[in-house]
Ligand binder design. Structure first.
Ligand SMILES: CCC/C=C/C(=O)SCCNC(=O)CCNC(=O)[C@H](O)C(C)(C)COP(=O)([O-])OP(=O)([O-])OC[C@H]1O[C@@H](n2cnc3c(N)ncnc32)[C@H](O)[C@@H]1OP(=O)([O-])[O-]
Length: 292
């Protein structure tokens, strides 16, 4: 049902499905699955690289989310690909997280549609049968960080500007329980409690120390490191690795699935509050002022 909704959004956005989306292809040439998601397939290796291309900051707009969800689903169903690298087409920014404009000044129906798409992306990533490695080549706050935390392994470029973390409280908003669970499953309860309350954004050395990422490497080695990690993981028999991943993660996704509609309602009523709308508007204004 969620995918049907996602497809509806995509079609409204005027994006062709069919052959173009199916071009999460196999012939080893660079092909575009959509406008905002580039896919570089290496069929011989069984690996595809997904590059985010939603300028200026790869924020998760509804259209971008939808294209990403459909692309992941196509790769998941195409048994050629056993591993995927997630990275940005614009080094410097991995993803600025949820798009603030999608959460500001819109109506409840829009917020509900948006939140369902955010949930869907997380569900697709977190229990994917494929090996997912995040090659984090830029700043990655909030929802951007969630995407990388949902992968099986994270490689971060060693650049002090490339901070990662769930900074929601700094915006006056609250990361939902499944963001929290994803973080707790990665760095443990105490470190998560501190990171979430303070909205900490970790520079590379600290991110490595706390376990937000698995490796920090020079910027020009992020992709090659991700490739070599995926190659190691590919050596494990798929069925055993997939069952193990499911055993580790399914309870976390089941927890959202069983209260998905309530979670949407919570988000809609939270984000619609005047005080929250005000906080978000102030934050957007602050980002603008920083520029000028
Ligand atoms: C309950 C919900 C849970 C929430 C989860 C989330 O993910 S909440 C999300 C939490 N996310 C954050 O807190 C991240 C906030 N963003 C940042 O901290 C920085 O933009 C940066 C470090 C990502 C890049 O720095 P940089 O110096 O390279 O770039 P710049 O700063 O100059 O921005 C360029 C343009 O992009 C715009 N824009 C930016 N982000 C967003 C966005 N999320 N959305 C929409 N637009 C965004 C920005 O306004 C500006 O627009 P303008 O004026 O040209 O019309």
């Amino acid at each position: 049902m969620a995918l049907v909704a996602a497809r509806g959004t995509l079609l409204r956005a005027g994006v062709r499905l069919g052959t173009e989306a199916a071009a999460c292809g196999r012939n080893g040439t660079r092909r575009s699955a959509s406008h905002r998601v580039l896919v570089e397939p290496d069929a011989a290796a069984g690996i595809a690289t997904i590059k985010f291309k939603n300028p200026p900051v790869n924020s998760l707009t509804l259209e971008f989310l939808t294209e990403l969800i459909i692309c992941l689903e196509k790769l998941e169903n195409d048994k050629t690909f056993r591993g995927v690298i997630l990275t940005s087409n614009s080094p410097g920014i991995f993803s600025a997280g949820l798009d603030l404009r999608e959460m500001c000044g819109k109506n409840p129906a829009h917020y509900a549609e948006y939140w369902r798409a955010v949930q869907e992306l997380w569900l697709k990533l977190y229990v994917s049968n494929m090996i997912l490695v995040a090659a984090i080549n830029g700043a990655s706050p909030a929802g951007g960080c969630l995407m990388s935390l949902s992968c099986d392994y994270r490689v971060l470029a060693d650049n002090p500007r490339y901070k990662v973390g769930l900074n929601e409280t700094l915006l006056g908003i609250v990361a939902p329980f499944w963001f929290r669970d994803t973080l707790v499953n990665t760095i443990g309860h105490r470190a998560s409690e501190r990171a979430l309350q303070l909205g900490l954004l970790f520079p590379p050395a600290e991110a490595l120390q706390v376990g937000m990422v698995d490796q920090v490497v020079p910027e020009d080695q992020v992709h090659s490191t991700a490739l070599s990690v995926i190659t190691q993981w590919l050596a494990i028999p798929d069925h055993a690795r997939q069952l193990t991943k499911s055993m580790m993660r399914k309870a976390t996704t089941d927890n959202l699935i069983k209260q998905r509609e309530a979670d949407i309602q919570n988000f809609v009523s939270f984000i619609s509050r005047d005080s929250i709308q005000k906080s978000l508007q102030m934050y957007i204004e602050k980002l603008k002022q920083k520029k000028s």
